[in-house]
Design a binder for this molecule. Sequence first.
Ligand code: NAD
Ligand code: IPM
Ligand code: MN
Length: 357
Amino acid sequence: MKHYKVAVIAGDGVGPEVLAEGMKVLRRIAELSGTFAVDFIEFPWGCEYYLKHGKMMDEDGMEKLKQFDAIYLGAVGYPGVPDHVSLGDLLLKIRRGFDQYVNLRPIQLLAGAPCPLKDIPREEIDMLVVRENSEGEYANVGARLYQGKPEEVVLQTGVFSRKGTERIIRYAYELARKNKKTLTSISKGNALGYSMVFWDEIFAEISKEYPDVEIHSYLVDAASMFFVKDPKRFQIVVTSNLFGDILTDLGAAIAGGMGLAAGANINPERNYPSMFEPIHGSAPDIAGKGLANPLAAIWSISQMLDFWGQETFGKTILEIIEQILVEKRILTPDLGGQAGTAAVGNEVVRLLEQKIK
Ligand code: NAD
Ligand code: IPM
Ligand code: MN
């Protein structure tokens, strides 16, 4: 029997609350499958750990994570520890260190999910954002000069390598070809005359290898407007690290909210583990109350199963999430319900038991 080993970094705030439900779901799927087993190893890293030990993860943390088939992450960042420290030394360190250069974020309006847009049929919000996840605006290269003086200057440089830009764009073309979808590049060449002009050139160069893929190109400001006004224009979207970050929170908002948005940080070559997470943060405003919506964290388990080649189970999870949204009996407050986090997880498990015989 295949054994998958999953490293769990529940992290801060609502992270542990929502991951508990995702683990519950994956554990039950493994039992019901009869064909694979899952071992979870939990790592206590996060802001509390930092306050006790002065570091976000163990010194040999990356070495420890290397041997896993996947990393399951909750959320990182909490008042009391500066965000650039907590995120830089844990979440972003893993994305970069394990070359998880593809961030796959589905923006899909499931039946029953609340959509703030007027009169939009749900089929019209169905895209997959392929976010560059290793460099760009997140390279964190910069300088602070003349600190405290009137002539103080701060530089924050975007780094776009040929290798890094080509590989993400090629990945997106491959996805579009395989799924017979259109591909849209979102950039900003009119203002960012180095990075985004380069991005656009590479997008055009690689298009020659994919004459079968219908392509489009948008400036990020206009794209944001069309995400809201006419989201059916977008199927597969490829974009830079920062634009992808912002566009996917906007995407989450039109597809039911942060409680439903999942993301997979993929190392396609499989040299290192990939990492699966809800895209929301630690939600300090609702943490500790048992009210966080675990469906995003559960959706990211579906992405993990897909990545392992267990797509049938991945699909079952999405069907169950949709059923829960349609039935509207057991929903957390962000979706207009009164149920708690654990009740939603239990309902997913109950429906799994009905579906997988
Ligand atoms: P956030 O995503 O934590 O919260 C934004 C809003 O969405 C809040 O009102 C929150 O209550 C709501 N929300 C988020 N997840 C929810 C859920 N599962 N169910 C119901 N409602 C939910 O964003 P923020 O407040 O800007 O950030 C809080 C902290 O999290 C910061 O330290 C930030 O840096 C960090 N952060 C971490 C990650 C990550 O680890 N992947 C992602 C984003 C933000
Ligand atoms: C996300 C988060 C992170 C990002 C932060 C917490 C560094 O917002 O995963 O979307 O910007 O990538
Ligand atoms: Mn984000």
